[in-house]
Design a protein around this ligand. Structure first.
Ligand code: SF4
Length: 263
């Protein structure tokens, strides 16, 4: 075995202390080789040193996440290079990219399939709050509205360095946990997150009359403008655009559901 460097030998010598315990005897040849620590420290050290991320990406941020696993940034120094294709073998979900309404049910379902302990990192402006697509018709305003997030990494996109910094913060968070208080060892603590259901696009049913009026006015105005451009007479002949029976039925159904929810 290669000899230890002198400074390490000195460090070891400095840390040696007599083992003061009446009932436990340490054999002479083992003295100087006994390490004492706490269960929490060992538990947290082993857990954070082998955190396996789940392999999936949603949009451009995923490219930066992939770069962080390549040789230049090298996630394997944290024991994280094995990105798992199955939620059952993963304990870290990195939500990297734009979260669309269509994708949310799948993400929540995958989160539910991960075994405890499990952690979530929200990577980038999109995953954290919608990013440049906030208020878009198909994008949710943050994944934390559906699943609990442990660390947020800002940026559009965050660099691999930023992601690694976020992962180190994640490790620090794990280091602060205790087996006595972690939720997954508490009774009845298993948290199943309800899977959101895809349905008609989200809108506020209280505004339905306003939306209807505005839509009709816009449609009438556009028709008049088109008629005027085509010679004037056509503007008079075009009336307001009527909603189809199907659209009216869907609107009434939405209003009925909203009223029922309000009690
Ligand atoms: S935060 Fe920016 S880089 Fe990341 S997914 Fe959204 S638009 Fe793409």
């Amino acid at each position: 075995m290669a000899s230890l460097p002198p400074n390490f030998q000195q460090l070891k010598q400095d840390q040696l202390q007599p083992f003061l315990h009446d009932e436990i005897s340490v054999p002479a040849d083992l003295e100087g080789n006994v390490l004492i620590t706490t269960v929490d420290k060992i538990y947290n050290w082993s857990r954070r040193s082998s955190m396996w991320p789940l392999l999936f990406g949603l949009a451009c941020c995923a490219i930066e996440m992939i770069a962080s696993a390549a040789s230049r940034y090298d996630l394997s120094r944290f024991g994280m290079e094995v990105m798992r294709p199955s939620p059952r073998q993963s304990d870290l979900m990195i939500v990297s990219g734009t979260v669309t309404k269509k994708m949310v049910p799948a993400i929540v379902r995958i989160y539910n399939q991960m075994a405890e302990p499990r952690y979530v990192v929200s990577m980038g402006a999109c995953a954290t709050g919608g990013g440049p697509f906030k208020e878009g018709y198909n994008v949710v305003s943050g994944i934390d509205k559906y699943i609990p997030v442990d660390v947020y990494v800002p940026g559009c996109p965050p660099t691999p360095e930023a992601l690694i910094y976020g992962l180190m913060k994640m490790h620090e968070k794990v280091d602060r946990q205790s087996v006595v208080s972690v939720p997954w060892y508490q009774k009845d603590s298993s948290q199943f997150v309800p899977v959101p259901r895809l349905g008609p696009d989200i809108f506020d049913p209280r505004q339905v009359e306003l939306i209807k009026d505005t839509t009709l006015k816009a449609a009438t105005g556009a028709a008049a403008a088109n008629g005027a451009a085509a010679g004037g007479a056509a503007a008079e002949t075009r009336g307001p655009v009527e909603l189809s029976a199907k659209a009216i039925a869907r609107m009434e159904e939405a209003k009925r559901r909203w009223r029922a929810k309000q009690g």
